[in-house]
Design a protein around this ligand. Structure first.
Ligand code: NAP
Length: 346
């Protein structure tokens, strides 16, 4: 009998929270490797290591909650001008008020966008191009995870793929001129340990034939990671001048589970029982903030927690799953997504 990495016959004696998180990541599937030069971050990098962001302009999608909120707060606190882009203007206003409580002079504003709706993403791109001088950092962070039932976006695409991946692919294309107006533009795209079980289902990208919520989430997150790396390759080849990086938070306590599978689902119950073992949102934001601001962070590199199975711990180099190292698949996905998103990169 052949044995696969996920084929365990011995009882799993790992702590319950580790077993829960493995459900997201498929134990044993982590594979190191990257064609990009990579140097490990300074030990225990944290907000006190973040250089001043005075004069820099950031756009953070999904900045009204969880890691996106922590990204926006930290960047604004370091002096950056920050645009938070998410769906709900009321939450946007509350978020700005919360940030200003801590940082009274914070330069932060809200822009409404539904990333699952390409017309809304295009409209956001037009507003940003009309109002910003440039973008120094775009943080592609917003996401939904594993809604129990399949649904489709305004454009007819599976909702997780549309929100997490296609919307960010389109937004990045729309703001490319603003990124190129910066002297050192960065694009940071959020992936997940769930990408370890992700593969691109080219035969049924929209999961019309079967719908497993976490498999579909995994596809969307491996697509985000492939996008981040392919963007760096295309920027290098075409001289676009963009540094594209990827990050993941490990597992962090945010609204993602509550708004996805729900707290009364099996996954939600396990989640609630283990919350104290996971990162806070502020800890989970550190790999993204490192990628967005550390002078030594490198294009094409994937940052995440350096602890066991990357579930938590100080910022380190994350393992890139095999599916995300397949450059032919990344190029194919890019071409397919240009058609789906109705955008053309240079
Ligand atoms: N939490 C974790 O353990 C974990 C693990 C691995 C990876 N991640 C990744 O980390 C990132 C942040 O997740 P989180 O845990 O902080 O999630 P969260 O607390 O649920 O926040 C998600 C944010 O995305 C926004 N959003 C959702 N759908 C949107 C849409 N259609 N258009 C625009 N904005 C939308 C939400 O705002 P509105 O609803 O107001 O629009 C909210 O601000 C995601 O990319 C996620 O995949 C999280």
């Amino acid at each position: 009998m052949t044995t696969t990495p996920s084929d365990h016959s011995a009882p799993d004696r790992a702590p319950r929270h580790t077993r829960f998180a493995r459900g997201l990541a498929l134990s044993g599937a982590l594979l190191a490797g990257s064609a990009f030069a990579q140097t490990a971050p300074k030990a225990n990098w944290n907000l006190s290591d973040m250089p001043s962001q005075e004069g820099r302009v950031f756009v953070v999608t999904g900045g009204t909650s969880g890691m996106g909120y922590e990204d926006a707060k930290a960047l604004a606190g370091a002096g950056a001008q920050v645009v938070i882009a998410a769906r709900n203007p009321r939450r946007g206003e509350e978020t700005i008020a919360r940030i200003r409580e801590e940082h009274p002079g914070a330069q932060v504003r809200f822009e409404a966008v539904d990333l699952s709706d390409l017309a809304s993403v295009r409209a956001l791109g037009e507003r940003l191009n009309a109002t910003l001088p440039r973008i120094d950092g775009l943080i592609n962070n917003a996401a939904i995870m594993a809604p129990p039932e399949r649904s489709v976006s305004a454009d007819g695409y599976e909702m997780q793929l549309a929100t997490n991946y296609i919307g960010h692919f389109a937004l990045t294309a729309h703001v490319l001129p603003l990124l190129q107006a910066s002297d050192a533009p960065r694009v940071v795209t959020l992936s997940s340990i769930a990408a370890q079980r992700g593969a691109i289902n080219f035969d049924d990208l929209q999961f019309e034939q079967s719908y497993d919520p976490m498999v579909v989430y995994g596809q969307s997150k491996v697509a985000c990671l492939m996008f981040a790396r392919e963007l760096q390759r295309r920027s290098d080849a075409g001289g676009w001048g963009i540094t594209s990086l990827a990050a993941h938070p490990g597992v962090a306590v945010t609204e993602l589970v509550e708004r996805g599978p729900g707290l009364d689902s099996e996954q939600g119950r396990q989640w609630s029982a283990n919350r104290e073992h996971f990162h806070t949102a502020a800890e989970g934001a550190l790999p993204t903030l490192y990628a967005a601001t550390a002078p030594e962070a490198q294009g094409g590199v994937y940052y995440g927690p350096s602890g066991e199975q990357e579930l938590r711990g100080p910022v380190g180099l994350a393992n890139v799953p095999a599916a995300a190292r397949d450059e032919a698949a990344a190029a194919r996905l890019w071409a397919v997504t240009e058609t789906l998103a109705g955008v053309r990169y240079p």
